[in-house]
Design a protein. Structure first.
Lengths: 320, 327, 507
């Protein structure tokens, strides 16, 4: 247990921070601890949590995905066309939306793996493309989404928000897949050391595609859930999701250098961010000052996470 | 007999950069010719000069971005450095205190320096990945701007000098373009003939080797981020002179074009290689491209898409030639 | 069984025009341990990489078990039963020991890795003598020797038909080496063909059945163990006598020569313990010992790379503690360091010869303007001639040069600053013999001009033939100082292992 805590120190600290923040949020909220408050919090947290998981997959293999927000926006917009009507057509629509997400991820992956383009510029460009498609499909927010389904997925059952259940299920599945399958371990392996993984006989290129495809899939889940929560398709949500997903993985202890971290950490990071902004909303700060403090807290958290750099005893380690 | 040896031996190092510049110059010509088919005014000097004027704003901002990218880092705080500078300059210039009003432009540049220093602290001292840190700085700048302006358009005056530099003409040539030419000449010289420029390239290739060669690595890094901040602010002041107003989000549409101009100009996003002529041509290419797309009356969404697609194709061409050459 | 073997027929491989292997014919049989000997740069690593599918031959054929094969990746090679344990370790640092081993040959049921595979991984670890390493430990937290054991366990776990060990035991203690050898003998009994690359002659003697000697990318000779004396083998490896390779012995530096570098009671982290050493003007002082016993760290400590160094370091009386590389390279101090890893620390492979050569002197340009710095260009030109640098154009990427010429550029980069004390970390690793001889001569010349030279090396011959004095490191401290007649191969090896030889042992 102690070794586990030590090996996952960043996640543990992040989880503690989350508990404290959440307690603060509940204390400060005018309605206190109620199903309503927790459900709203959980729904918002699930949105960002899924976005963070999507980002996690790419970061795990040493990439960065600046198109995550755009994929979420695109799938959200598509959802606003497809997720209504008969149960069959909803199911079909869902399949289409998820396929589009995977396809977007694979486009990124193929450009990175076979095109030899750096992830950051690839996804900057594809982000423009995906976002553009979303805007073409729906220049202004709108559309309709099956309300029964939305209600079922965004309310609470027996005091437990459905969104939390969904998030936990996704997390458990992913944790098992990542830790117990050869493909999952392979993703950690190529993120940890691509060369060693290659020497060990792993199919590096194929695994990278799996990572990018999975990222697209989870981003599509996030986009779908945005549709459920907001009941509209909005092409303009991309930038905030991209920014927050990156911030969330960093806060959650996922190393941008690859190979370290877990979807759990990413989700904890996302929940921290969400809680901070909710806290701020009820904290009595002038609303106009809130964006600044959000940025400040984000920067401080990142800098605190980097304090270890002052313990480095050989300067050579600073220059890799 | 290392992999690195194996990979670089076959590359024709000197030619690669030239090929990039040639490619992008051809791209510019193709855009002009293609545009002239749609709209005959495209080849008129008046139109071209106007495009060069607009390209100057992008180009000057891209100069800073290029320095940071050469270093092997990235500056995502560009958008709100632009907006922030515009707000500072316009409010200072409109101030009732004549001293503050006369110092509006220096104050704007100071903001750029401050942002650069803040970026540098995170990246060079705390060693936070630049991508994350500069994004956080961008968020803080956004917050500060929102707080300061109360989310409304800031009032004030645009300094006369900024208007002149951005919209005036000398012997028929836009001042903005002339300013850019001067910036370009200095940048080329600095990159080639100064210690700073040489260490910048070297750092982009190998931090370790440069550190062990006894260079002041941190100083070069800090200088680069500060320069990037200054160029962003400088570009913002010209932009302010051109648009004659400052508004929330005026810098947002610049991030993607700025990075694109640098990268399709042949500068490696991993740092250490690329030349300024490429960035220069890249800025013109991007400007022409967006102008043509708007002339074609593309909806903004389609413009964004085509923009992304063209950039991706250019990157793939680079990436694949690199792969083939084994760089 | 006897028909299953590896055979290379006139295999050649070159990198960018520089030949690494030339027309090599080679074979090895199952159930035998075949040692490959050769200097650095003899082509051993290239041979291994070819067999393991990392690279493909330019010409010639490789066959395994009578069938011609062409592996395009290590994966394909492993599927055919070829498993390689590389010198540069192939472990994933952030993964656990168990995951590292299991990933090499995962067995899955419905996509999930079977738990029993981890039990087998445990058995493999126990077998190679790594009982104390838990499966759940992260590789990044292990010591070098523990990592080597994991590497070996990983290779054994894959049940190879051809096992290649490239310096696999370099960080292991002699007991552990014995355990590993036990495993190798067992595999040999089972009919596995084993290729064993090592620098340690006594290990080769202990385990190998046959020996092949490589030199300059060619297969020189193959013979049974015991058919040649050690001296004969060394002769085959270097292709000439040691006397030709090294410059003639110099007269000892008098005690009156001023001390240039003085290190006293230096400690750092847990990796340097109370180290004291000194170098006089005109001396070549060697730092020896097994790999990573603190030799590298003391160099880094002197050059200002390390933080929190205690003790005292002075150069010509100037205190260096707390000074960083940009300061210690200034002419009033005059330190220079040729780092260990040429391709990542010494050079910038993608940049040109000229750019690399100017990297250290750049900072001296007045006002930061290169155009005002004419004198160093002239000095660089002089150095190019003095070092007999062979190059196409100064604007070519440095990676197009041979390893030896690359190292000359690293030397030129520092010599242009006219240092007073030159620190060299394994400067001749992977360099061809003629260039080695040139570098040796250069070092003795520099010493004769009054420079203090500190030479860290893993090559015993180098230490014996070049140095006035050798400090042997063991676990972060100086285990022994050897001079004059005491400076012999046996004494060096004994001191490296921290064993005291007979009565002659001194403090």
């Amino acid at each position: 247990m102690m070794t586990w805590l030590r090996q996952n120190a960043r996640e543990t600290i992040a989880a503690l921070a989350l508990v404290i923040l959440f307690a603060g949020y509940i204390a400060i909220h005018p309605r206190g601890f109620s199903t309503y408050v927790v459900t709203i919090w959980s729904n918002q947290g699930t949105l960002l949590g899924l976005a963070a998981i999507a980002q996690f997959f790419v970061v795990l293999v040493k990439g960065i995905d600046l198109s995550v927000g755009s994929i979420i926006a695109l799938t959200n917009v598509m959802g606003s066309f497809l997720l209504n009507g008969s149960p069959t057509s909803i199911a079909l629509g869902m399949a289409v939306v998820l396929t589009v997400g995977v396809a977007c991820g694979l486009v990124n992956g193929i450009a990175v793996v076979y095109g030899g383009v750096q992830p950051i510029v690839t996804t900057l460009a594809t982000g423009g493309i995906f976002g553009g498609i979303a805007l073409l499909l729906r220049p202004t927010p709108g559309g309709s989404i099956d309300e029964t389904m939305s209600d079922a997925l965004t309310y609470a059952v027996a005091g437990i928000p459905v969104s939390a259940v969904i998030l936990v299920i996704v997390l458990v599945i992913l944790l098992v897949l990542l830790r117990r399958t050869a493909v999952g371990l392979g993703l950690y392996a190529i993120g940890s050391s691509e060369q060693s993984a290659y020497m060990t006989g792993l199919r590096v290129n194929r695994l990278k595609l799996v990572a990018y495809g999975s990222s697209g899939f989870v981003a599509a889940l996030a986009g779908t859930y945005v549709s459920m929560v907001t009941l509209t398709g909005d092409p303009n949500i991309a930038p905030s999701y991209t920014l927050n997903s990156i911030a969330a993985v960093v806060l959650g202890g996922v190393a941008l250098s690859g190979g370290v971290g877990s979807p759990l950490g990413a989700v904890i990071g996302a929940l921290i961010l969400k809680t901070i902004s909710s806290l701020m909303f009820f904290s009595g700060l002038p609303p106009l000052a809130q964006p600044f403090f959000e940025g400040l807290i984000l920067a401080t958290a990142i800098a605190l996470g980097a304090l270890g750099v002052f313990q480095v005893r050989s300067r050579l380690e600073l220059y890799r | 007999m290392t992999d690195a040896t194996e990979r670089t031996v076959t590359s024709r190092w000197l030619n690669r950069d030239r090929v990039s510049v040639l490619l992008i110059a051809l791209g510019c010509v193709a855009l002009l010719l293609g545009g002239s088919l749609l709209y005959p005014g495209f080849l008129k000097p008046g139109y071209i000069l106007q495009q060069l004027q607009i390209a100057a704003f992008l180009g000057i901002i891209a100069t800073g971005a290029m320095l940071v990218i050469l270093l092997g880092e990235i500056d995502l705080s560009v958008p709100w450095t632009i907006t922030g500078t515009a707000i500072v300059v316009i409010s200072a210039s409109g101030s009732s205190n004549p001293l503050v009003a006369s110092l509006a432009i220096p104050l704007g540049l100071c903001l750029g320096i401050a942002v650069g220093l803040l970026n540098a602290i995170g990246v060079a001292v705390f060693r936070v990945p630049a991508m994350v840190w500069t994004l956080a700085v961008n968020a803080m700048l956004l917050g500060a701007a929102v707080f300061y302006t109360g989310n409304s358009r800031p009032n004030g005056e645009v300094p006369w000098l900024a208007t002149q530099a951005a919209t005036g003409r000398t012997f028929g040539i836009p001042n903005a373009f002339l300013v850019w030419l001067v910036v370009a000449a200095i940048t080329v010289w600095v990159l080639k003939r100064t210690v700073y420029g040489n260490y910048l390239y070297a750092l982009g290739n190998s931090r370790r080797a440069v550190f062990l060669a006894g260079a002041r690595v941190r100083l070069v890094m800090v200088a680069t981020f500060v320069l990037a901040g200054v160029f962003s602010s400088f570009g913002a002041i010209l932009l302010l002179g051109y648009t004659n107003q400052a508004y929330q989000g005026m810098g947002d549409p610049y991030l993607m074009p700025v990075i694109s101009a640098v990268v399709i100009g042949g500068t490696s996003i991993q740092g250490g290689r690329g030349n300024y002529i490429g960035t220069f041509a890249g800025a013109i290419f991007i400007t022409l491209l967006s102008s043509i797309l708007s002339v074609m009356q593309m909806p903004p969404a389609a413009r964004e898409m085509i923009f992304g697609a063209i950039i991706l194709v250019m990157l793939l061409v680079h990436g694949l030639t690199n792969k083939k050459e084994g760089v | 069984m006897a028909d299953r073997y590896v055979e290379l027929k006139s295999v050649s491989k070159s990198y960018g025009g520089v030949p690494a292997l030339t027309a090599v014919d080679f074979r090895c049989e199952p159930g035998r341990v075949h040692a490959i000997l050769g200097e650095n740069g003899a082509g051993k690593s290239t041979l291994m990489k070819l067999l393991a599918g990392v690279i493909q031959p330019d010409a010639g054929t490789i066959s395994i078990g009578g069938q011609t094969v062409r592996f395009s990746s290590p994966r394909e090679a492993a599927e055919q039963g070829t498993v390689c344990m590389f010198q540069e370790l192939s472990l994933m640092p952030h993964l656990s020991v168990g995951d590292n081993i299991v990933l090499a040959a995962p067995r899955t049921r419905m996509g999930m890795i079977e738990r029993s595979v981890y039990r087998e991984a445990r058995e493999a670890l126990d077998l190679v003598g790594a009982k104390s390493i838990p499966l759940g430990a992260r590789v990044s937290g292990l010591s070098l020797s523990e990592r080597q054991l994991v590497e070996i366990a990983k290779a054994v776990f894959r049940k190879p038909k051809l096992l290649i060990l490239d310096e696999a035991t370099s960080a292991l203690t002699s007991e552990l080496v014995e355990t590993v050898f036990g495993v190798l003998r067992m595999l040999k009994e089972q009919g596995v063909a084993i290729l064993f690359i090592s620098h340690r002659m006594h290990e080769v003697d202990a385990i190998a059945d046959r020996i092949s000697v490589f030199r300059n990318g060619r297969h020189i000779e193959t013979f049974d163990v015991g058919a040649r004396t050690t001296d004969e083998i060394v002769g085959l490896m270097i292709g000439r006598s040691l006397e030709e390779l090294f410059p003639p012995r110099r007269a000892p530096v008098p005690d009156t020569a001023p001390v240039v570098l003085n290190v006293s009671n230096v400690s750092w982290a847990s990796q340097l313990v109370d180290v004291s050493l000194a170098a006089r003007a005109g001396e070549i002082v060697g730092l020896g010992g097994l790999d990573a016993q603190g030799q590298q760290q003391i160099m880094h400590a002197v050059f200002g790379v390390l933080r929190g160094v205690t003790g005292r370091i002075t150069l010509n009386g100037k205190r260096l503690n707390g000074l960083k590389p940009p300061r210690v390279k200034q002419s009033d101090i005059g330190l220079a360091l040729v780092p260990e890893d040429r391709k990542t620390e010494g050079l910038i492979p993608s940049m040109s010869v000229a750019q690399n050569m100017r990297l250290a002197v750049l900072g001296r340009a007045p006002f930061g303007l290169l155009d005002l710095d004419g004198s160093s260009e002239a000095r660089l030109q002089e150095l190019i001639e003095r070092l007999a640098l062979t190059y196409g154009s100064l604007d070519d990427p440095i990676a197009t040069l041979s390893g030896g010429n690359q190292q000359k550029v690293v030397l030129a980069k520092w010599l242009v600053l006219s240092p007073k004390c030159l620190l060299l970390m394994d400067p001749t690793r992977g360099i061809d013999l003629p260039t080695k001889a040139q570098i040796y001569r250069l070092l003795t010349d520099l010493a004769a001009e009054g420079m203090a030279v500190i030479l860290q090396s893993t090559d015993y011959e180098e230490l014996i033939h070049l140095c006035d004095r050798v400090y042997v490191f063991y676990r972060g401290s100086v285990a022994k100082e050897l001079t004059g007649d005491h400076l012999t191969a046996d004494a060096l090896i004994a001191a490296s292992m921290n064993v005291h030889l007979h009565a002659g042992a001194q403090a």
